[in-house]
Design a protein around this ligand. Sequence first.
Ligand code: SF4
Length: 303
Amino acid sequence: MALIDKILKLKRDKRAVILAHNYQRPEIQDVADYVGDSIELSRKAMNEKEAEMIVFSAVDFMAESAAILNPEKKVLLPTLGARCPMAQMLTVDEIKRCKLQYPLAPVVLYVNTLASAKAYADVCCTSANAVEVIESLDADTVLFGPDRNLAEYAERKAGKKVIPIPEWGFCPTHLLFQPEDVQILKMQHPEAVVMVHPECSSEMRNVADFVGSTSQMCRYAKESTAETFIVGTEEGLLHRLIRDNPEKKFILAYEDAVCPNMKLNTLEKLYVALKEEKHLVTVPEPIANKARKALEKMFEITN
Ligand code: SF4
């Protein structure tokens, strides 16, 4: 039996659902029940009443969020070492230190944080709803972590003081994009529309026609009359963009924009994860209870 058939059979037998982030390898996206960004997949995880098991093909913090929101289900991460380096950049000690310094500022944490950090958040957000979440808060100043670029973007959009915690947090993959590369591509494709992720630098955002999360980019590409797009996010998204818009052309703004952590997951590991029910993701209950409140508050704000 082909590997894909074995995966599909195991999935049925074990009443499992496979969630794959937009940055996963194409073959994983193709076998998944749902492909999306953090918020799309978090909602799917919550709404999967029938499933007994969630295999989350992504990195650690996403599987942790699924486990927090679905305490009664088994949540599996195909690769134990698939960790987001940006999520590791914000420690609980740093949050405590900043809260002492700004006691009145609510703590808004990007979902790209570990569960231990989320337990200290007033509310979570994704790159798709960071501005909406910050705008909704009854405060002129907020603490925001761990991505400095998303903090800066949200500050401009929301018109509030957004203090990045730590001051230097970043996504190593999105930092690879440079406006000079976009300028060269624009010379070759003058008709192209430039869309970038808010985790990119402000210099990249300044040369973009559209700034948005991966789900927002998918929607924008579909609705736009443009036929060519220069894309500033991890290369995995191109698979979904091309599949959904076969008549349009998508060019990566930097050809080696690959998140090595996301790419640790393979079809083989997905198969083993389903077969041996590993690696089980668990979050200690006291931490999960606090982190769940911050995630649920985000869902209340953004419906
Ligand atoms: S693309 Fe960046 S933020 Fe996303 S998992 Fe990779 S390192 Fe983390």
